[in-house]
Design a binder for this molecule. Structure first.
Ligand code: SIN
Length: 344
C-alpha cells in the first residue's frame, strides 16, 4: 500500500444520533431539571461538545473528521426492534468502510444496556463502537452530555481499541456488561462484579482489566450476522416477572391473545424474571409450562440486579446468565439467526 493511500484510510469517526437525554431540552429553556428527551440533533450535540469538527485526542496528522448522522430521535424508552435493525444495518456498513476508524452512538440511558448487549453480540472485536449518553438535558447549566461525548469520540480514536464500549461520567464499560442501576446523579450504571473495564482521564483512556468473556452472548458468525441484517421482522418475546402473588394469569392472558394473533405477530418466547436463582411461583411455573407446550420458548433469568442463573441438565426452562432484558435480546437473536427454532 502506498503511503498516500494509507494516509487516506481510517480518517472518519461517524457519530450516530438516536436521541435520549443527551439530546434533551429543559422545559424551562436553559434551566435544567424537567426536560424532554430527544430534541436536539446530533450535529448540534457534537458542536456543543466543543470538538470543532475533529476528534480531540490524536496528533494533528492523525485527526479524524467527525461525521454525524441522525439515525433516530427517540427517548430510549421508545426504542424499537425496527430502530435496532436500522442501527445494525448502518453499523455493518460502517464496519466495512475503510475510511471509518470508529463509530460513536448517542443514546438514552434507559435501554442503553439492551442496545449495548445487541451490538456487542454482533461486533465483539470490530472497530471501536462507543455508546454514550447523559443524565442531564443538553441545555442544563451542568449538562454532562458534552463531556461524555468528548470521551466517546476520544475512545473511538484510541489506537488498538476494538469492540463495543459505553462511556459515562468517565467510566468505560464493555458493551454487554453494564446495567442502569441508579436513577439519580450522572453515573446511573454499574457492572457488578467486574466493574468498569477502564476510565477516561484527562482525555486519555486507561484500561483496568482484560475484556470479560463470561457474560457475552456467543459472537455471531458472518453467516449469522448476514441473516440478522436481512431479517424483516423480529420475533415477539416478552418478559414476565415472578413476585409475591404471581399467579400465572398474565401468561394465560398472553396465551389467549396468542391464539388470536397472526403467524407473524405470534408470541415466540417468554423470559421469566424469576426471584433469586431464577425461580417462579408454582402457579407461574405451571402457566409457563402450558406456554411451552404451545410452542413458546421459555427461559429463566433473575430479577436480582446482579444475579446470574445457572443452567442445569434436564431442567424445565433453560437458565441464562443475563438480566431479563438482555436475555430477551439474546432469545430474539437466537431465533433470528437460527440458533433455536422459532416455533410457529
Ligand atoms: C432515555 O433513555 O432516552 C431517557 C433517559 C436518559 O437518557 O437518561
Amino acid at each position: 500500500m502506498s503511503s498516500k493511500k494509507s494516509e487516506s484510510v481510517s480518517q472518519k469517526i461517524v457519530i450516530l444520533g438516536t436521541g435520549g437525554t443527551i439530546a434533551g431540552l429543559s422545559c424551562v429553556p436553559g434551566a435544567g431539571g424537567d426536560y424532554k428527551a430527544a430534541q436536539v440533533d446530533v450535529k448540534t450535540l457534537v458542536a456543543q461538545a466543543g470538538t470543532g469538527g475533529t476528534a480531540p485526542q490524536p496528533s494533528a496528522s492523525l485527526q479524524p473528521v467527525l461525521v454525524t448522522e441522525q439515525l433516530a430521535q427517540v427517548d430510549s424508552k421508545d426504542m424499537t426492534e425496527a430502530i435496532w435493525q436500522r442501527l445494525l444495518q448502518r453499523v455493518a456498513q460502517l464496519q466495512q468502510d475503510p475510511e471509518v476508524q470508529g463509530i460513536v452512538i448517542t443514546h438514552g440511558t434507559d435501554t442503553l444496556e439492551e442496545t449495548g448487549f445487541l451490538l456487542h453480540a454482533c461486533w465483539p472485536q470490530g472497530k471501536p463502537l462507543v455508546l454514550t449518553c447523559a443524565m442531564r438535558a443538553s441545555d442544563a447549566p451542568d449538562a454532562d452530555g458534552p463531556g461524555n461525548l468528548r470521551d466517546a469520540i476520544g475512545l473511538a480514536t484510541t489506537p488498538g481499541l476494538t469492540g463495543v464500549r459505553m462511556v459515562c461520567d468517565g467510566q468505560v464499560f464493555e458493551g454487554h456488561v453494564f446495567q442502569k442501576v441508579r436513577t439519580e446523579g450522572v453515573q446511573p450504571f454499574g457492572a457488578e462484579p467486574i466493574g468498569a473495564i477502564g476510565e477516561c482521564r484527562d482525555g486519555h483512556y486507561v484500561q483496568h482489566h482484560e475484556p470479560d468473556r463470561t457474560r457475552a452472548y456467543p459472537a455471531l458468525t458472518p453467516t449469522e450476522l448476514a441473516r440478522l441484517l436481512g431479517a424483516h421482522r423480529w420475533p415477539r418475546v416478552e418478559v414476565v416477572t415472578n413476585h409475591a402473588g404471581a399467579d400465572g394469569r398474565l401468561v394465560e392472558d398472553l396465551l389467549t391473545s396468542m391464539a388470536a394473533s397472526s403467524a407473524t405477530e405470534r408470541l415466540r418466547g417468554i423470559v421469566m424474571a424469576g426471584t433469586g436463582g431464577g425461580g417462579g411461583s408454582q402457579q407461574l411455573v405451571a402457566a409457563l409450562q402450558r406456554a411451552q407446550q404451545q410452542g413458546v420458548l421459555v427461559w429463566r433469568s433473575t430479577r436480582a440486579t446482579w444475579g446470574t442463573v445457572k443452567s442445569a441438565p434436564h431442567e424445565r426452562f433453560t437458565g441464562v446468565p443475563w438480566s431479563p432484558v438482555k436475555a430477551r435480546v439474546a432469545m430474539m437473536l437466537d431465533m433470528l439467526i437460527g440458533r433455536v427454532e422459532a416455533t410457529s
